[in-house]
Design a protein around this ligand. Structure first.
Ligand code: TYM
Length: 346
């Protein structure tokens, strides 16, 4: 028995520690995407083999204008690099250029259960009352996401909090696949979710997540916003008439104030409690004035670099091309193992 356990343990440990995350190329990126996800990719690439994917196949679960999709894909790749992802350390690539994602996805469609998908709250939110009329892809989207992770045997997945349930589904699929086929093919992926910045809220409504699909542009700050736009949006951000409270307990009942302090602390990489202490009892105008300066200082250089990169089509194309070659090298090996394990390989 001991021998057997040691064998399983050594197998478990033999997985390469690998990071994978993806971002949809739909309608630009906001500071929620940046603080909740992209910013956290940067230190991980120093420690792990890392893959960062522009997930265009996820984007088309909702209709996209083909020309805009192309531009948005470039923008996400540029945002990755401008934020500090180093193409010589990490693999940056485009999902549809590595067909193994969709090939594995079919196999996983046959492993995952309908009941599991029916529990996905993001589908319920996105489909709303229109449930009978959204694409089938929107429904099976979390399985493609599991495939993105599993096709690289990723062990760590940095995401914002809204992706937590999808990660749990991936873990269920990993477990069932390994059990069904009596293999130890896939490692159990661990989510990496920031404590507070994992859920940046709308600037207009502290109860709603900051989102690309919100009707109000004032609800979000985009990575491409000008200094002027950043300043206007923060000035207009919803706050209370009274000053900031004196205790954290009171602050918890003030979601908009909480959100502004969270954004401050995430950009400054300063402990939330310390930031709160500095502004407790003060007027919102004091906090907003400082926050405008911080956001402009942090976003400005990223925006400039994004503009430079998106103008250099050839550079971006080369990076994505070499990224997808490297990604496919890993993915094709894993797909082969999956086909062997499932009897699909003849
Ligand atoms: P997407 O494109 O909606 O968002 C990209 C990343 O940004 C995070 N995020 C936020 N974080 C904090 N506050 C917010 N308001 C906020 N809004 C978005 C998301 O959690 C995400 O990490 N399904 C994924 C993309 C995906 C993926 C994957 C991620 C596809 N395959 C495999 C990881 C691994 C999505 O739609 O993210």
């Amino acid at each position: 028995l001991l021998k057997k356990c040691l064998k399983i343990m050594s197998k478990k440990d033999s997985f390469v520690q690998r990071v994978l995350s993806g971002v949809q190329p739909t309608g630009g990126l906001h500071i929620g995407n940046y603080l909740g996800a992209i910013k956290n990719f940067i230190p991980l690439q120093e420690k792990y083999e890392s893959l960062f994917c522009v997930v265009d196949l996820h984007a088309i679960t909702v209709w996209q204008d083909p020309n805009e999709l192309l531009l948005n894909k470039r923008e996400v790749a540029a945002a990755f690099i401008a934020s500090g992802i180093d193409p010589s350390k990490s693999i940056i690539f485009n999902q549809s250029n590595v067909p193994e994602h969709t090939q594995l996805s079919w196999v996983l469609n046959c492993v995952a259960r309908i009941g599991w998908l029916n529990r996905m709250t993001q589908f319920k939110d996105k489909a709303g009352k229109n449930r009978e009329n959204v694409s089938v892809g929107l429904y099976t989207y979390p399985i493609l996401m599991a495939s993105d992770i599993m096709i690289y045997k990723a062990t760590h997945v940095p995401v914002g909090e809204d992706q937590k349930q999808h990660l749990e589904l991936t873990r269920d699929i990993v477990l069932k696949f390994n059990n069904d086929f009596k293999v130890n093919l896939f490692p159990m992926p661990e989510p990496i979710i920031m404590e507070k910045a994992a859920r940046i809220m709308s600037l207009r409504d502290g109860a709603k997540k900051m989102s690309k699909s919100d009707a109000s542009e004032y609800s979000r700050i985009m990575l491409t916003d000008s200094d002027d736009e950043i300043s206007k949006k923060i000035k207009k951000a919803k706050t209370d008439a009274k000053p900031l409270p004196d205790t954290i307990k009171e602050l918890e009942r003030m979601p908009e104030a909480n959100n502004l302090l969270t954004i401050f602390s995430a950009f400054e990489e300063e402990k939330f409690d310390l930031v709160f202490k500095r502004y407790q009892g003060k007027n919102f105008s004091d906090l907003k004035k400082d926050l405008i300066e911080i956001v402009i200082n942090k976003i400005g250089p990223i925006r400039q670099e994004m503009i430079k990169l998106t103008n250099d089509e050839k550079y971006l194309e080369d990076i994505l091309k070499s990224g997808s070659e490297k990604a496919e090298h890993i993915a094709s090996g894993v797909l082969k193992e999956v086909y062997d394990a499932t009897g699909l390989k003849f």
